[in-house]
Design a protein around this ligand. Structure first.
Ligand code: IVH
Length: 664
C-alpha cells in the first residue's frame, strides 16, 4: 500500500469511527458491533504506525491513549472558571430570585435549570473544529493541560461541526455510577483498596500519567457552557452545542418563574438517582446573556446563577448493637447493627463504624439514635448522633479489648487505626478467612467449595490451612452431613483442578498483605519462581516499578515467618505451581475472537483455559453479549448463562469443540 492509498483509507476509517462513536455516545445507537469497531480502530492504528504523518490530532486513534505525561503543563484560562454560590432551601432560592428581579429592574426574565453533575470541571478549546486543548479547573485562573487524557473520553468530540473558527466549551467530566461500581468490584476481588467515591476517582483518573490507563477508566462528560459569540441566551447556546456535536444532558429545562424552578427541583429529587451520573443538586441560570451581563459577578461567583444542593441522603435510626468482624489479617471492623431504615431507595440495617477512633469521635452511647448517610460511597456510614433522643443513664460504647472470636487480647499496630487480633495461627475467622481467600476466583478458583463447607471442614478439624485442602479424602468427606457421592467428587475434582492454577494466582492466594492480583502479576514478571521471590531483598523489591516500600516490607515480613515458609513447602509438595509458565504467544489462531468460559472442564482449570485462549490471541470476557463469538461450556454451566447465550444466538461449544477450533 502506498502513501496515497493509506491516506484515503485512513480518512475513510476516521470518518466511520467518528460517526459510530458519535451515534453511540450521543444517540445511544450502535451502528456496528464492538468487535467491528475495534477492528476498524486497529486498522487505523496500524496505518498510522506505518505512515506517522497520518496521525492527526483529531484521529479517533487518540481515544485509546498511548501517551505518557510526566508532568502536566499549567496554562491560564481564557476567562476564569468560577464556582457557584450554594443554597439549601426554598427560602434562599426566593431570596436569590428577589436579587435577580431587583438587578433587572422590572424586566421579564427566565431561568434555565440543569442538574449539578458531581464530577470535575473541564474546559475544552476548539480551533477549526478540532479539539486543541483540554484544561482542568485548577485554581480557577489556571489549570493543567490534560488534552491527551481528555481525548480518551469518548463523549468529548475530537472534531465538531460549527461555523466558528474557534470556540471554548466547559462542562463536567465524571465516572458513570455503573463504571465506578464495576471498578470497585474488581478491586475488591483483586484485594485492592476500594475507591471512596466516583467523583474523586474521576478526578484521579484525569490526572493519570498514562493516557492508555485513562482510556480504560471509561469516563464520560457533559458540557454545559459555551464561550463564543453569536447567541443570545443560554438555551440557544445549549441548542447549538447539541447541533455541533457536543454531549449535553437532556435534563435541562427552561422555567419562567422561581416557582417553576422549585417544581423542577422537586421533580428531580428522587428521579436523579436513576441517572447514570451522580448529581448533588441543581444549577439555576438566568437565560438571557444580556441580563447575565447586567447582573454581573461577585469576586468568585456569578450573580446570575446559583446552585441548589439536595440534602445528603440521610436518615435517623436506633443503634441496636455493635458487632465486630475479624478479617483474615486479624483486623477488627466495628459495624453498627441498626433498626432497619429506608435510605435513598434501599433498606439499611448495618453501617460501618470504621474503627475505635471513629466511635470515640461520635461519642457513641448504647442505643443512641444515629444519623446514617449514603454519599457517593457504597457502604452507608454513621455520621452523627442525635443527642436529643439519647436516654438518660446510657453508657458510652466501650471498644472491645479481646477478639470476639478467640478472646485473645487485641493489639493496635503503630500508625494504624485498626485493632488486630494477634492470634494468627488459631483464631477461627482468620483461618477460614485465609482459606476463603485462597480458593477465590482470582486465586485457586475452587468454586465447588463455599464458605459453609469451609466452616464445616474447619469444625471437623480437617482444614486449618490451605495445604490441608490437598489432604482431604473421599472417605472423610462422604461422612459429612449433606454430602453425596456426586458432591464429594465435585469438590475433590475442583481441588485437583486447582493444582493447575498459574503461579501468579497461587501467589495471590497466599494472602500476603497488599499483594493483590495486580501486584502478584507484577512480582512474577520479575521473579520466575517462589525461591527467587523469597530470597529477594527489600532494595530489589522496591526497584520494581509499582512496588513501593509498603508492599516490599510486607513481602519480606511474610517470608520471614517460619510457618509461612513451611506452608509453602507443603503446597509445593501438593503440586501447586510456584514457577512462571512461559509468557510467549503460542499462535494467532484465535485472533479477534471473544470467549466466555463457564462451568467445569475435564482437561483444564479455568485460569488455565483463559491463559490458553489469550496465548492464541483470543479475548476472554465475563459476560454474554450479542457480540460474543463463543461460549465454551463445561460441566455444570449455569442455566441462566445458557439461556442468555441461546437468546442472543451466541455459539455454545464444548471443550472438545474448543480444542478442534484451536488446532484448526
Ligand atoms: S455552571 C459560572 N452548570 O459546579 C458558572 N456548573 O460550584 C459555571 N457543575 O465548577 C458553572 N454541573 O464543576 C454549571 N450544570 C452545571 C454544573 C456545574 C456541575 C459544577 C462545576 C462548577 C461547580 C460550581
Amino acid at each position: 500500500m502506498d502513501f496515497s492509498q493509506a491516506k484515503s483509507r485512513a480518512e475513510e476509517l476516521s470518518k466511520l469511527l467518528h460517526k459510530y462513536n458519535h451515534e453511540y455516545y450521543m444517540n445511544d445507537q450502535s451502528l456496528v458491533s464492538d468487535q467491528e469497531f475495534d477492528h476498524l480502530m486497529e486498522e487505523l492504528i496500524s496505518l498510522e504506525s506505518l505512515f506517522p504523518e497520518l496521525k492527526t490530532p483529531d484521529s479517533p486513534s487518540q481515544r485509546v491513549g498511548g501517551t505518557i505525561n510526566k508532568a502536566f503543563e499549567t496554562v491560564a484560562h481564557s476567562t476564569p472558571m468560577l464556582s457557584l454560590a450554594n443554597t439549601y432551601s426554598e427560602e434562599e432560592l426566593i431570596e436569590f430570585d428577589k436579587r435577580v428581579a431587583k438587578g433587572l429592574e422590572g424586566q421579564n426574565y427566565e431561568y434555565v435549570c440543569e442538574l449539578k453533575f458531581d464530577g470535575v470541571a473541564i474546559s475544552l478549546q476548539y480551533e477549526n473544529n478540532t479539539l486543541v486543548r483540554a484544561i482542568t479547573r485548577g485554581d480557577g485562573t489556571k489549570g493543567d493541560d490534560i488534552t491527551d487524557n481528555a481525548k480518551t473520553i469518548r463523549s468529548i468530540p475530537l472534531r465538531i461541526d460549527s461555523p466558528l473558527p474557534r470556540l471554548e466549551v466547559r462542562g463536567e467530566v465524571f465516572m458513570p455510577k455503573a463504571v465506578f461500581e464495576k471498578l470497585n468490584k474488581e478491586r475488591a476481588e483483586a484485594d485492592e483498596e476500594l475507591y471512596a467515591n466516583a467523583r474523586n476517582t474521576a478526578s484521579g483518573s484525569l490526572k493519570m500519567q498514562d493516557s492508555t490507563q485513562v482510556a480504560k477508566r471509561k469516563l464520560d462528560c457533559y458540557l454545559y457552557m459555551l464561550l463564543a459569540d453569536g447567541h443570545e441566551s443560554h438555551e440557544e447556546a445549549l441548542d447549538k452545542m447539541v447541533q455541533w456535536g457536543f454531549n449535553v444532558s437532556k435534563t435541562y429545562q427552561k422555567c419562567s418563574s422561581i416557582q417553576e424552578v422549585i417544581k423542577y427541583i422537586e421533580n428531580w429529587d428522587e428521579k436523579r438517582h436513576t441517572l447514570p451520573v451522580e448529581t448533588d443538586g441543581i444549577v439555576i441560570k438566568v437565560n438571557s446573556l444580556e441580563q447575565q451581563n447586567l447582573l454581573g459577578f461577585t469576586a468568585k461567583t456569578p450573580k446570575w446563577a446559583i446552585a441548589y444542593k439536595y440534602k445528603a441522603e440521610s436518615a435517623c435510626t436506633q443503634l441496636k448493637s455493635i458487632t465486630y468482624q475479624v478479617g483474615r489479617t486479624g483486623a477488627i471492623t466495628p459495624v453498627a447493627e441498626l433498626e432497619p431504615v429506608l435510605l435513598a431507595g434501599t433498606t439499611v440495617k448495618r453501617a460501618s463504624l470504621h474503627n475505635a477512633n471513629e466511635i470515640e469521635r461520635l461519642d457513641l452511647h448504647e442505643n443512641d439514635f444515629v444519623f446514617v448517610e449514603k454519599g457517593g460511597e457504597i457502604i452507608p456510614k454513621v455520621t452523627g448522633v442525635d443527642i436529643l433522643q439519647r436516654k438518660q443513664n446510657t453508657h458510652q460504647v466501650k471498644y472491645i479489648t479481646a477478639c470476639p472470636a478467640c478472646r485473645t487480647a487485641l493489639i493496635r499496630k503503630e500508625g494504624e487505626a485498626a485493632h488486630y487480633c494477634p492470634n494468627t495461627e488459631h483464631c477461627p475467622p482468620q483461618i477460614t478467612g485465609r482459606i476463603e481467600h485462597f480458593i477465590h476466583r482470582n486465586a485457586m478458583d475452587i468454586d465447588s467449595l463455599g464458605e459453609r463447607t469451609i466452616q464445616l471442614l474447619f469444625e471437623q478439624g480437617w482444614l486449618n490451612r490451605p495445604s490441608d485442602l490437598y489432604k482431604l479424602t473421599y472417605d472423610q468427606l462422604i461422612q459429612l452431613e449433606g454430602f453425596k457421592e456426586l458432591s464429594v467428587n465435585n469438590l475433590l475434582n475442583g481441588i485437583e483442578q486447582s493444582k493447575k492454577a498459574p503461579f501468579e494466582a497461587v501467589l495471590f492466594g497466599l494472602g500476603i498483605r497488599f499483594v493483590g492480583k495486580t501486584v502478584a502479576e507484577k512480582l512474577i514478571e520479575h521473579f520466575e519462581n517462589i525461591d527467587a521471590l523469597m530470597s529477594a531483598s527489600f532494595e530489589e523489591l522496591v526497584g520494581i516499578q509499582e512496588i513501593g516500600e509498603r508492599i516490599a516490607a510486607s513481602v519480606i515480613s511474610y517470608f520471614e515467618i517460619e510457618d509461612n515458609r513451611k506452608e509453602i513447602e507443603r503446597l509445593k509438595e501438593a503440586g501447586l505451581n510456584f514457577v512462571t509458565t512461559v509468557h510467549t504467544k503460542a499462535s494467532s489462531s484465535l485472533e479477534g475472537l471473544t470467549f466466555v468460559i463457564s462451568g467445569v472442564f475435564n482437561n483444564y482449570g479455568r485460569e488455565e483455559l483463559k491463559k490458553l485462549i489469550k496465548s492464541h490471541g483470543g479475548k476472554v470476557v465475563s459476560s454474554i453479549s450479542k457480540n460474543l463469538d463463543y461460549l465454551v461450556a463445561g460441566d455444570k454451566m449455569g442455566p441462566a448463562k445458557k439461556d442468555k447465550a441461546e437468546k442472543l444466538q451466541v455459539r455454545i461449544i464444548s471443550e472438545e469443540d474448543f480444542e478442534s477450533l484451536l488446532s484448526n
